[in-house]
Design a binder for this molecule. Structure first.
Ligand SMILES: Nc1ncnc2c1ncn2[C@@H]1O[C@H](COP(=O)(O)OP(=O)(O)OP(=O)(O)O)[C@@H](O)[C@H]1O
Ligand SMILES: [Mg+2]
Length: 327
């Protein structure tokens, strides 16, 4: 892999990329937050690859995937015989990441008692294996991530506030894809190049119609979902289809309320009701498109500056994002 691209041209991503480059050079703890699929791991690897620890180990651990009883052993290691089943000594993630970087994914899923121990390790820069007596110095840079709302996790008591402050010397919040629609096309093109070569597909660019459908969709699964859609298209496109990714290569969920179109077709005896329902749904789709065009036109006149575009329309920034989404 030739370095991880962190693609995006939205203001949010451009400034995140700048901050990431600055903090990469420092040794500070970074906490990356964002909904599922927004690119937290991509950003973590981007930072790692540009840090002075780049040639050294990167150990990634998903704290949500660990069995409750094994978290401490996974993080700090254990000595032989430390507990039933500990047949051999085991070096934990900290030791494996020695002199390098430890990526603690879904850090809010660590049980609170272990969080207290983790905080102590970070402060004292030494670990003690479970069942061990000897303390080993560790020199590890921490990048943590959470797909949960960390402030809420603190309020609910699932994330210790003291650990949060220790981890979040710099906090980078990745916006959802629906809040930065101008990133959809560049990321799609990047992923199209990646999957086309993998799937031996000729697709090389998005048709205008396909691009419109991509931009109109709210992407609840963010870039991970976008990547699935692109991968699917490269798998489905036939050799005779040419090089353009067309609407027909996109899954039904992207074809704006397809249920409405089918529901409005006269099928069973009662003709009136389904047709009316279809009309209402189509109207809402038309409204959504209108709102998006309105917002996009403002964005164009404001030369891509969203704050200025929102001002132009006299709506809040959030209101503007809603318009862009067609809601
Ligand atoms: N800025 C980006 N440019 C290119 N590809 C990206 C970008 N962000 C994410 N991706 C791709 O999207 C997918 C999801 O990214 P990633 O695994 O980093 O998300 P995540 O936030 O860690 O998600 P989760 O919370 O579900 O673990 C990956 O396949 C990644 O390659
Ligand atoms: Mg992840």
């Amino acid at each position: 892999v030739v370095g991880h691209a962190f693609i995006g041209r939205s203001e949010e991503i451009v400034s995140l990329r700048e901050i990431a480059l600055q903090v990469a050079a420092k040794d500070v703890s970074v906490l990356i937050t964002g909904e599922t699929g927004t690119g937290k791991e991509v950003l973590a690897r981007f930072i790692y690859e540009r840090s002075w620890r780049a040639g050294r180990p990167l150990v990634a651990i998903n704290c949500a995937a660990l069995a409750q009883g094994l978290v401490e052993s996974e993080l700090f290691g254990h000595e032989k015989g430390a507990f039933t089943g500990a047949h051999a000594a085991h070096a934990g993630c900290f030791e494996q990441a020695q002199s390098g970087t430890l990526f603690l994914d879904e850090v809010t899923e660590i049980p609170p008692s272990t969080q207290a121990k983790l905080l102590r390790v970070l402060q004292e820069r030494e670990i003690r294996r479970v069942g061990g007596v000897r303390a080993t110095p560790v020199d590890v840079r921490i990048i943590a991530a959470s797909s949960r709302d960390v402030q809420r996790a603190i309020a609910e008591g699932t994330l210790r506030e003291d650990l949060y402050y220790r981890l979040s010397t710099v906090e980078l919040a990745l916006p959802a894809l629906r809040e930065r629609p101008e990133d959809i096309l560049p990321i799609s093109e990047h992923l199209l190049a990646k999957h086309a070569s993998r799937n031996d597909s000729q697709l090389a660019a998005l048709s205008r119609e396909a691009a419109e459908l991509m931009r109109a969709y709210p992407w609840p699964g963010n870039i991970r979902e976008l990547e699935n859609v692109i991968a699917r298209a490269t798998a489905l496109a036939q050799a005779g289809d040419g090089t353009l990714l067309l609407p027909e290569h996109l899954p039904p969920k992207l074809h704006g309320a397809p249920a409405a179109a089918t529901a409005s077709e006269p099928s069973s005896g009662a003709a009136g009701a389904p047709a009316e329902e279809g009309l209402v749904l189509e109207f809402s789709v038309a409204m959504a498109r209108l709102k998006q065009r309105y917002a996009e036109e403002a964005l164009r006149r404001a030369a891509g500056n969203k704050a200025a575009a929102a001002r132009l329309l006299g709506v809040s920034r959030r209101g503007f994002y809603n318009l862009l989404r067609g809601t």
